[in-house]
Design a protein around this ligand. Structure first.
Ligand code: OOG
Ligand code: NI
Length: 472
């Protein structure tokens, strides 16, 4: 038997994210304009900051600076969620975290399918924010049943994609040829379909219940609703959008600009109106429009520990309790001022963030430390090793999402000012039942990465058993 070359899931993810980018650029031309803006802002930032450029170069990140870091889809049923879980597993993406959006009046709950180990994240961190529609939150029973019946009749994967997922599960991997075919087939699931599966009358009823319900239920599958490249300066990108004819959302979500970047800052352009052909009762189609797809940019910083995250959540809530930003952008500048002001209480230097256990760090042995082994004069405590320059620490990047930010992105792109109230109806157990497995805990993943890096660094310094490895 001829030997077949098997492909690493990380490489399939890279093929997939590239194919998605090409497809989305063709589908939503304004997204191409956003990518150009991001590339220009990144070039300008690197020109002004040679140290940043050198450090990105050392980390091997310069080449794929502006490539997509995430996308988002919205699913209709538990069966679809399970099917998608199998598809993403082929690409080394696993469900991490639970996000309840019902608090914000959006009838979905979500997870992020993403790579989880350090090496896979380094190779390509592409992740997909995946939401599941919660029809159970709808009051109108008739509409609920109608939407459920429409969803039950669709198949979001192609027959060949299903076969290739099965092949992956049987073989434990895909051959290069299978991987390419798999990506082509998977793309079909996320493609935009201008032909709705419902009449304009049904669409309007779904839309009146909630725009998001119309978006999920009226089409053949879970079209990708945005992709998100990485920017080195999100404030400059936000300011640059109008000059290129792109309408940004009112405010940047997440923490304010800081010396030590934390968590995730995001902004997006408003969803565009796209032509849709609705079914007509008389046969044939009727022309209409649908608004759901947009472009987003992100800038990531350090992952916070539960203690740091609690401070972040409380500070953000206090700002939002004080200043409400209207969908038209009223109060946007007061919000930014208040945000910057209140976040001054959160330390903004890495040493304090580490000493107070507010953020997660990756430890490494320094050259000076390795040279000191020969002289056998290494101190025996982590703090002393750091103070002597034998052990260094760098922030671990936040790889997940923020529920309040996600709600802001959803809202600015659903359009309209209709308010919905579902109350706080988080139901992680229900989501996990639909998913068919528990979601992984993001804090646990960061804590493990931190611990593993410290153990490896101490082993490298020959101190494996002599220094207390725990940093808690
Ligand atoms: C997802 C919105 C959330 C993010 O980056 O927080 C999101 C959606 O609109 O489906 O993508
Ligand atoms: Ni997003």
């Amino acid at each position: 038997m001829a030997t077949m070359k098997h492909v690493n899931p990380d490489d399939i993810r890279t093929l997939f994210s590239r194919a998605m980018s090409d497809m989305y650029r063709a589908e939503a031309p304004q997204y191409g304009a956003l990518l150009e803006l991001v590339a220009d802002v990144n070039d300008e930032t690197l020109r002004r900051d040679p140290d940043l450029k050198a450090s990105l170069e050392r980390a091997g990140e310069l080449d794929r600076l502006s490539v997509e870091r995430h996308g988002a889809i919205r699913l209709g049923t538990a069966q679809e969620l399970v099917a998608i879980r199998h598809v993403f597993a082929v690409m080394g993406m696993h469900p991490v975290g639970y996000y309840d959006l019902s608090v914000a009046g959006i009838p979905v709950h979500s997870t992020a399918f993403r790579p989880i180990d350090d090496e896979a994240l380094r190779r390509n961190p592409f992740r997909v924010f995946t939401s599941l529609l919660r029809l159970e939150l709808l009051e109108d029973e008739g509409l609920r049943a109608e939407a459920a019946a429409i969803l039950a009749a669709r198949n979001i994967l192609t027959p060949r994609a299903i076969e290739l997922v099965a092949a992956y599960e049987r073989q434990g991997s895909l051959t290069a040829e299978q991987a390419e075919e798999f990506v082509r087939e998977a793309l079909e699931t996320f493609r935009w379909h201008g032909e709705a599966t419902v009449t304009a009358e049904t669409y309007n009823r779904l839309n009146d219940a909630h725009r998001l319900i119309a978006d999920v239920v009226s089409f053949r599958g879970p079209h990708i609703n945005h992709l998100t490249p990485r920017t080195l300066d999100i404030d400059a990108a936000q300011a640059g959008m109008p000059k290129r004819g792109i309408a940004p959302k009112a405010v940047i979500e997440g923490p304010p600009r800081r010396k030590c970047a934390i968590l995730l800052r995001q902004t997006s352009f408003k969803a565009l109106e796209e032509a849709v052909a609705f079914k007509s009762a008389a046969g044939g189609t009727v022309a209409g429009a649908h608004t759901a797809r947009f472009g987003e940019i992100e800038q990531r910083g350090a992952a916070l520990t539960p203690k740091g995250r609690k401070i972040y959540d409380d500070l953000l809530a206090s700002v939002r309790g004080e200043v409400q930003v209207g969908s038209s952008g009223a109060n946007a500048s007061d919000y930014a001022t208040e945000l910057a002001q209140r976040f001054k209480t959160l330390p903004d230097d890495w040493s304090t963030l580490r000493a107070e256990r507010l953020a997660f760090f990756r430890y490494s042995a320094t050259r000076a430390g390795i040279e000191a082994i020969r002289r056998d004069n290494l101190p025996r405590s982590i703090e002393a090793l750091i103070a002597n320059g034998y052990l260094r620490f760098d922030p671990i990047i936040y790889e997940d999402f923020l529920p309040v930010s996600a709600a802001g992105i959803f809202q600015s792109n659903l359009g309209g000012d209709a308010q919905h109230h579902f109350g706080e109806r988080a139901n992680r157990a229900f989501f996990e039942e639909a998913l068919g497995q528990p979601v992984l805990d993001e804090f646990d993943l960061y804590a493990r990465a931190e611990k593993a890096s410290l153990e490896a660094a101490l082993d490298e310094l020959g101190l494996g058993d002599t220094v207390l490895k725990s940093i808690a």
